[in-house]
Ligand binder design. Structure first.
Ligand code: HAM
Length: 421
């Protein structure tokens, strides 16, 4: 007996029962983004490994431990993209889109991280990403956060999520803080968990993000980032909050929010939920003013976010907010060769009128076909046999136009009904 080859761990299939919710989320996201003037871009899933090392950061979990990287036949080091921002910036630079321009770009697609798979965390997952280039003022941060709020509202999960906000300050004030924090962490190294201790020299800010309770408690007394902020950072952050207040977007300030990617400065934010266990961040982003320059595109301020589609869909399910799938309008049954030809023609005619039609694939008797029609959930059934055809409504509330069309298609039945009456 031959053995089955199974899907890779952490690479879930998206089956036919799931795709309606995926499509609805993609369509709703696209509609929102178009209303804000964002243009869709499509980047390759494979990029030069160097791109992510230079953007996400050498000393991050993503680059150190989580990339699917390999060397190809031409000895080029490449990686499956772990996120979309670096690729979007590269695309913008390569296409000459970012120079002296305000650019609003978005993308949707799979990302790849070699993480330990669990509910809400996969090795292939999907993001809707939004990147706004060329606007230094807090207006851009306000815009992307407003979009993020709207995407989650359209997905029906707004009531279950909280916006958490922080500022990392300008590159200059962040550098000052990094040193202050590093000194403090060195003094308290013995009380830290091992992971955090390893991060002191390489990436001290990430220690703030530790999930270890004892470390979190110790960090209560760590010097705060707020104290190191320069005037520019304070003003930018205040403008952002004023904008969110004006729009009625509620937020919670979380001084411990630092994000796991290196390119951020100023505003960082996450939408979190308590309904998904430890994978509670459904959408995250922030400002990354230095990244375009770092990747060779000159000084271009930028900000954006990515929404984790699997997590939003899980949240929809937890909240019973999964959108209804569009069903079948008419299921066509047929018996005999001439009836089959007519059935084919009717099916086309009904589809041309904009309705969904499934034609039974069997050549045999009607009994099995009628059973399948009932199980299909179709709104109506059309049965073609001998020289006539009849239709039956299976589920109430059929559109008027469909009733009219079916009545036209089945004239003998209409007459029979009229005679009966
Ligand atoms: P990120 O925080 O790494 O940011 O990912 C954004 C979102 O993607 C997360 O909040 C989560 O919902 C989802 N996500 C991440 N990893 C996984 C996983 N293994 N399984 C399922 N979902 C996951 C970024 O990727 C940045 N590029 C966001 C950004 C865009 N910042 C500025 N522009």
């Amino acid at each position: 007996m031959s053995t089955r080859t199974r899907a890779l761990r952490g690479f879930p299939d998206i089956g036919p029962d799931d795709t309606p919710a995926w499509l609805a989320l993609e369509d709703a996201s696209r509609a929102v983004l178009e209303r804000y003037g964002y243009a869709q871009v499509r980047m390759p899933v494979l990029e030069s490994t160097d791109l992510f090392a230079r953007s996400v950061g050498e000393v991050t979990d993503i680059v150190e431990k989580e990339m699917f990287s390999f060397v190809d036949r031409d000895k080029n080091a490449m990686s499956l993209r772990p996120e979309g921002t670096a690729s979007a910036v590269r695309l913008g630079i390569d296409g000459g889109l970012l120079h002296n321009a305000q650019r609003r770009l978005w993308y949707v697609g799979p990302m790849f991280r070699h993480e330990r798979p669990q509910a809400g965390r996969y090795r292939q997952f999907h993001q809707v990403g939004v990147e706004c280039f060329g606007i230094a003022s807090a207006l851009a941060d306000i815009e992307v956060i407003q979009i993020s709020a709207q995407l989650l509202a359209e997905a029906g999960v707004a009531d279950a999520v909280t916006l958490e906000l922080n500022t990392l300050g300008s590159a200059a004030s962040r550098a000052v803080y990094r040193e202050t924090l590093r000194d403090w962490l060195r003094e308290h190294a013995e009380q830290l968990d091992e992971d955090s201790r390893n991060r002191i020299e390489r990436n001290p800010l990430r220690v703030l993000d530790s999930k270890v309770p004892a470390t979190q408690e110790l960090l209560q007394d760590a010097p705060s980032l707020a104290a190191s902020l320069d005037e520019e950072s304070v003003t930018h952050y205040a403008q952002l909050r004023a904008g969110l207040d004006a729009l009625g977007i509620a937020y919670v300030e979380n001084p411990r929010l630092v994000r796991g990617l290196d390119y951020y400065n100023h505003v960082v934010f996450e939408w979190t939920t308590d309904q998904l266990g430890s994978q509670g961040t459904v959408l995250a982003g922030g400002r990354y003013d230095g990244l375009v320059d770092q990747l060779g595109g000159g000084a271009v301020p930028a900000c954006g976010f990515a929404m984790g589609m699997e997590r939003v869909l899980l949240l929809q399910r937890a909240l019973n907010k999964v959108p209804e799938a569009g069903g079948i309008d008419v299921y066509v049954c047929h018996e005999g060769e001439t009836a089959r030809s007519r059935a084919l023609q009717f099916a086309s005619r009904i589809r041309d009128a904009g309705f969904t039609v499934v034609m039974d694939g069997a050549d045999g008797r009607l009994k099995g076909q009628i059973k399948r029609a009932a199980a299909s959930g179709a709104g109506a059934r059309l049965v073609c046999k001998d020289e006539r055809q009849d239709w039956t409504g299976l589920n109430g509330g059929l559109p008027e136009a469909l009733v009219k069309l079916m009545t036209e298609i089945c004239p003998a039945q209409a007459q029979a009904n009229e005679t009966k009456n």
